[in-house]
Write a protein that binds this ligand. Structure first.
Ligand code: HSE
Length: 401
């Protein structure tokens, strides 16, 4: 069975390695060997064993009738969208690890795949090697999913772990994550939360069966986290992690991506390094959690190859996935309710208490400022109370989970 790989970077080369290493076992599962016939990339890879397979024009793959499945590991919406669409319109099955593409055009590509009697799969787009998409699409289908809360970005989890445990410097630890093949080509997507935002948009779309636009999800990353914040968190027996959160809210969902201070004992507290975990609460299932390597070449490639095997066994059958293109309206983010940890300039507790009722003060030994925890309140109420603090008093807020 002949396939092509589009994009021979960290993940694309990982797919080749998985197919080579596990060639026999994969052939046994599919019924015949899977052979890479073409690799689309801008580079030539001179002297590399892949060199004879390299093509530079995606139409060479489109027009090759022997190629029945295509892996897209290029990243970014364009030209990936154009290439994937062309493959699907020729009836080729496609699997992608590209969360930007899936979040933006997933529903449309599923429709195009189905109209052409083929499959479009994207297990590797969320959670790296964790099979969370298939779990939601095929296993938890007897439940109403009430909550998904995930650590879905390996880069930032790795960074926060190192910064917390070893006091590592932000830029140095980001460089390490890049060297390990965890980060995006432009790591802004990781550190500013855009990558996690697209992933929670995909997961929420799947449980909603309809498009959730990632632009509608309030998103903050970890770039504003300072060593002082980590000291406060330690004092509270908490850790700071970037969470992507989606909760059923009436007939829609309330979503957010932000750094949270997580209490010891929370299921996501002990998820460290590049690991991802997705906590899922179903109305019948109750609580469950899915854990594994969330980024990096081979774990992500493992998920891609899992899709290849599944698609290979269904070349003549469309596996239906419900994801309507019409976007749903998310709940008003100002109605979301959290307790907040707040840092204020100065030590005037009377001024703080004129604005907020304080649950507890936190003393992390930081000179000239005051840290405290608020009771639970809506984002709207938080903004109103914050405005009552004097000019320049408010320094920082981190939500509690
Ligand atoms: N940059 C992503 C991460 C890769 O760190 O999670 C996996 O999607």
């Amino acid at each position: 069975m002949k396939i092509a790989i589009m994009g021979y970077g960290t993940i694309g080369s990982g797919v080749m390695e998985v197919l080579n290493t596990n060639r026999d076992v994969i052939a046994g599962r599919v019924g015949e060997p899977i052979e890479v016939k073409a690799v689309l990339d801008l580079r030539d890879f001179e002297g590399d064993p892949v060199q004879p397979l390299v093509v530079h024009d995606y139409m060479d793959i489109v027009n090759d009738d022997e190629i029945v499945m295509v892996v897209e590991t290029m990243g970014g919406v364009e030209p990936a969208y154009t290439f994937v669409r062309a493959m699907l319109e020729k009836g080729k099955a496609v699997t992608t690890s590209n969360k930007a593409l899936v979040a933006d055009r997933g529903a449309e590509l599923l429709r195009i795949a189905s109209a052409n009697g083929t499959n479009f799969m994207f297990e590797a787009s969320v959670g790296g090697g964790i099979p969370i998409i298939r779990t939601l699409l095929a296993c938890l289908t007897g439940d109403v999913i009430e909550e998904i809360t995930g650590i879905v970005n390996g880069t930032t989890n790795y960074m926060m772990t190192k910064m917390t445990r070893e006091g590592s410097d932000f830029d140095a630890v980001l460089k390490e994550a890049q060297e390990k093949g965890y980060a995006e080509k432009d790591p802004t997507a990781d550190v500013e939360g855009y990558d996690a935002c697209r992933k929670i948009a995909i997961l929420t779309s799947i449980i909603a069966g309809a498009q959730v636009d990632y632009e509608d999800i309030p998103t903050e990353g970890i770039s504003a986290i300072e060593p002082e914040d980590i000291l406060y968190a330690k004092k509270m027996n908490r850790v700071i992690k970037l969470l992507a959160d989606s909760k059923a809210y009436g007939d829609t969902y309330a979503c957010r991506v932000a750094p949270f201070m997580i209490a010891e004992g929370h299921p996501l507290y002990a998820v460290n390094d590049v690991f991802n975990a997705v906590f899922v609460k179903g109305n019948m299932l109750g609580e469950s959690m899915y854990y594994g390597s969330g980024a990096g070449s081979l774990p992500t490639a493992s998920a891609v190859v899992g899709d290849l095997v599944r698609m290979a066994k269904h070349l003549d059958r469309v596996i239906p996935i419900e994801w309507k293109e019409q976007a749903i309206t998310l709940a008003d983010e100002k109605e979301q309710t959290y307790a907040h940890f707040v840092r204020c300039e100065g030590t005037d507790k009377a001024a703080i208490e004129a604005a907020f009722s304080v649950e507890e003060y936190v003393d992390a030994g930081i000179y000239g400022e005051t840290g405290f925890v608020t009771p639970k309140m809506t984002e709207r109420e938080f903004d109103e109370r914050c405005a009552r603090l004097g000019e320049g008093v408010f320094l920082k807020r981190i939500r509690l989970s």
